[in-house]
Design a protein around this ligand. Structure first.
Ligand code: NDP
Ligand code: OXD
Length: 307
């Protein structure tokens, strides 16, 4: 069995060694060193020509949770299952990232930081948690872990998905028709949606203004779900109090982009949750073994939906 690996990041050697160790029955090679018969691809942002080297590939493993970059590739072979990483050590990290942002917003950290810069000693009134609704856009692997972690803090939790979910302690909303009501009760909106044709540009001027006055946004999913200019306008006109952004239309975020200097924005360089090599490789190896035995695996992307 042959597995061809491609990852452009600095951990390519680590992925290679881990995959070879987890699948001793396979020959693992690293693009562009492609053998003739390739059974499985394990890729992150591959070059378009890579797929041409694997005409009989049985499955394509995406070395991350989001498959939007793969789905956009015209050379991606039709009819081959695309399998994404499910959690892969990312859920815990996402819980930390989102919890930090939610608590910072609820405890008005930005306001106190500004007061400190001015040398101001001014106590703000207690805020009732029951009036600080947290809305999770996306109730998938990450969204549900974040919901479970936030449950202990006592914020009213809501979640929005395509199909209605039942999640303990979370008021659930589904589909476009229920989005306005969901947004209207989200003092803190956390985006954990995949980037698909249905979600790109979702957070535009109209939707951002359906959030309550003074709401906060966290986007740790994909940059193109938010309309950048509309977000800046909503912060500038005071409708939104802050945005915590980990993902952007273009990454690295161009040095001249207004987000860098905006006083209402906290940004991080796509680090909210990093795919952990050992956990992910164990997941891929287990799935390859199941596929080899003709068994079904989870995490197969629905190409129609795009995630
Ligand atoms: P999942 O596929 O498990 O969950 C996606 C959720 O989004 C599901 O609840 C799904 O609804 C919902 N959804 C998708 N499309 C729509 C729609 N049109 N309307 C309403 N709801 C929709 O993904 P994960 O939780 O694993 O990951 C989510 C995203 O987070 C990834 O796609 C990736 O882009 C991003 N990510 C970012 C990272 C970072 O470091 N910044 C790290 C890891 C992931 P339903 O349940 O009904 O299918
Ligand atoms: C992912 C990511 O989708 O790292 O896994 O963004």
């Amino acid at each position: 069995m042959h597995v061809l690996l491609h990852t452009p990041n600095a951990t390519a050697g680590e992925w290679h060694a881990a995959l070879a160790a987890a699948l001793p029955e396979a020959r693992v090679t690293r693009w562009p060193d492609a053998p003739r018969a390739i059974d499985y691809l394990a890729v992150w942002k591959p070059p378009p020509e890579l797929f041409g080297a694997a005409p009989a590939v049985k499955a394509i493993f995406n070395l991350g949770a989001g498959v939007d970059a793969l789905m956009r590739m015209p050379t991606l072979p039709a009819g081959v299952p695309v399998i994404r990483i499910e959690d892969g050590g990312m859920a815990d990290q996402m819980v930390d990232y989102v919890t930090l942002a939610v608590l910072a917003a609820y405890r008005e950290q930005r306001v106190y930081a500004a007061q400190q810069r001015e040398g101001l000693w001014r106590q703000r009134p207690y805020r009732d948690k029951r009036a600080f609704g947290v809305g999770l856009l996306g109730l998938g692997v990450l969204g549900q872990c974040v919901a479970a972690a936030l449950a202990r803090f006592g914020f009213p939790l809501a979640g929005w998905s395509r199909e209605r979910k039942t999640v303990a302690g979370v008021r659930t909303y589904a589909g476009a028709s229920e989005l306005p009501e969901f947004l209207s009760r989200s003092q803190m909106l956390v985006c954990l949606l995949p980037s698909t044709p249905a979600t790109r540009g979702l957070l535009d001027r109209a939707r951002l203004h359906q959030l309550p006055q003074g709401a906060h946004l966290v986007n740790a999913a994909r940059g193109d779900i938010v309309v950048d200019a509309d977000l800046v306008a909503a912060l500038d006109d005071g409708h939104l109090a802050s945005a915590t952004l980990d993902v952007f239309h273009e990454e690295p975020l161009p040095r001249t982009h207004p987000f860098w200097q905006h006083p209402g924005i906290t940004l991080t360089p796509h680090v909210s949750a990093i795919t952990l090599v050992d956990v992910s490789v164990a997941q891929i190896a287990a799935k390859i073994r199941r596929l080899e035995r003709g068994l079904a695996v989870t995490g197969v992307v629905d190409r129609e939906r795009g995630y």
